[in-house]
Ligand binder design. Structure first.
Ligand code: C5P
Length: 403
């Protein structure tokens, strides 16, 4: 079952530049089974049109408190009662101020006041506005009233500043919303303080020439979710990451690499002093034998590129004299258990997490996954869940085996 199946979500959009991300947010919430109704402020409509949101949500968009037609259909109180969850994204400094004061002079603030559903806000504003004392007071007031605050993230801002205040990425907002409906309170009971975890994540890129490469569809989501879970449980976490488009979890150190050889070099260096090594990266099995220094020109109708085998990173880590507790992944399309157990043994791993990437809605690039985790003596099924939750369960499982 999808995590948000049947959940009724009111998405409130206020007037910030991050509003341009909301059609994708609506689409992704719907992908997880949610029914989404959009409420826009007047300022939001300066950034994105109600027609776009209506098209992606497949529901009428509400924008006015005093619209007689709208009140005939689904009025503000009905919308407030309909909601299982109110998510305001982006939430501007102004909307946060008005909601924290209990104002009700537009549809969105009125719904916030009239609903008994949980409310989450995804702040989005300039870093100076975010750090302003009054904004922080407003946020604290909302937190004390049990409003969830998703983010904000840090990074380059539309105005050119760099710092805290960016709206979280759509992926993260969806994951946090899913977590809200599928809370796994304190899955990780173990305290990992004092431990160092090294995690490889994402794809590798094997250059062909200065402009082309061979790679795969790995998003890095699973590896980053494991990093986040281990960090939350107290571990010092280092991610060796191929090129990905997702943010680094707070508190984790990230080493960016491109090729399998670079990942191999960093992994062997860091694994020596690690307690746990998790190989989640989708490492290219082969690299180009001779990378052309110039762009290869189009000429003949066919061409051959010679490939040579890449080193097996996780197997080399598992062969270290100071071997950390080593966990591998096995993404298979058939005979999952057979191949996973073979890899566990052949690569001298302590544990292997296997998933069937042929099943739709899980694995590569998806937000969800299901794993079967093997050690030499145990088999544990971790059923379909968001990668965040799955990662917490996996970290708990690893910590139980690694004593
Ligand atoms: O052999 P296969 O690629 O299916 O094994 C998958 C596991 O091995 C994953 O944990 C992956 O990160 C790791 N691996 C690696 N170096 C490679 C190939 C795979 O660390 N060159």
């Amino acid at each position: 079952m999808q995590i948000l199946q049947g959940k009724k979500i009111v998405l409130g959009i206020t007037g910030g530049i991050a509003a341009y991300k909301t059609p994708e947010l609506v689409r992704r919430l719907k992908d997880h089974g949610a029914d989404v109704r959009v409420v826009m402020t007047a300022a939001a409509q300066a950034f994105i049109t109600p027609l776009t949101l209506q098209a992606v949500s497949a529901n009428a968009v509400s924008d006015s408190l005093l619209d007689t037609q709208a009140e005939l259909a689904m009025g503000h109180i009905e919308l407030a009662k309909w909601a299982d969850f109110v998510l305001i994204a982006p939430a501007t400094a102004d909307s946060i101020a008005r909601i924290s004061c209990g104002m009700a002079n537009d549809l969105l603030t009125t719904i916030c006041l009239a609903t008994s559903a949980p409310i989450a806000i995804a702040p989005a504003m300039n870093q100076q506005m975010w750090h302003a004392q009054i904004t922080q007071e407003n946020i604290n007031k909302l937190i004390s009233r049990k409003v969830e605050v998703f983010g904000p993230g840090s990074g380059a801002q539309a105005c050119g500043d760099v710092g805290l205040g960016r709206m979280l990425d759509v992926d993260e907002l969806v994951a946090l919303t899913c977590d809200f409906f599928q809370p796994t309170t304190k899955v990780i009971q173990t305290d990992l303080s004092g431990q160092t975890w090294v995690i490889t994540a994402g794809p590798t890129r094997e250059a062909i020439d200065p402009v082309r490469y061979i790679s795969n569809h790995s998003s890095g989501k699973m590896g980053y979710a494991i990093a986040r879970a281990a960090q939350l449980a107290g571990a010092k976490v280092k991610i060796i990451s191929g090129p990905v488009n997702i943010p680094t979890p707070e508190g984790c150190m990230k080493l960016s690499v491109e090729s399998a050889l670079q990942m191999h070099q960093q992994a062997l260096k860091l694994a020596k002093n690690a307690d746990v090594f998790v190989a989640c990266a989708a490492v290219a099995d082969y690299r180009v034998a001779e990378i052309s220094t110039q762009k290869i020109k189009k000429s003949a109708d066919d061409m051959q590129i010679n490939l040579v085998k890449n080193p097996d990173i996780v197997a080399d880590v598992a062969a270290l004299s100071s071997k950390p507790f080593t966990v591998g992944f096995a993404a298979e399309t058939q005979n999952v258990e057979h191949y996973a157990l073979d890899k566990l043994k052949r690569k001298n791993l302590d544990m292997i997490a296997a998933n069937n990437v042929a099943l739709s809605g899980q694995g590569f690039n998806s937000d969800d996954n299901a794993l079967t985790v093997f050690s030499s003596k145990t088999k544990t099924d971790l059923p379909l869940a968001s990668k965040r939750i799955l990662a917490e369960q996996l970290v708990q499982l690893i910590s139980q085996h690694y004593i």
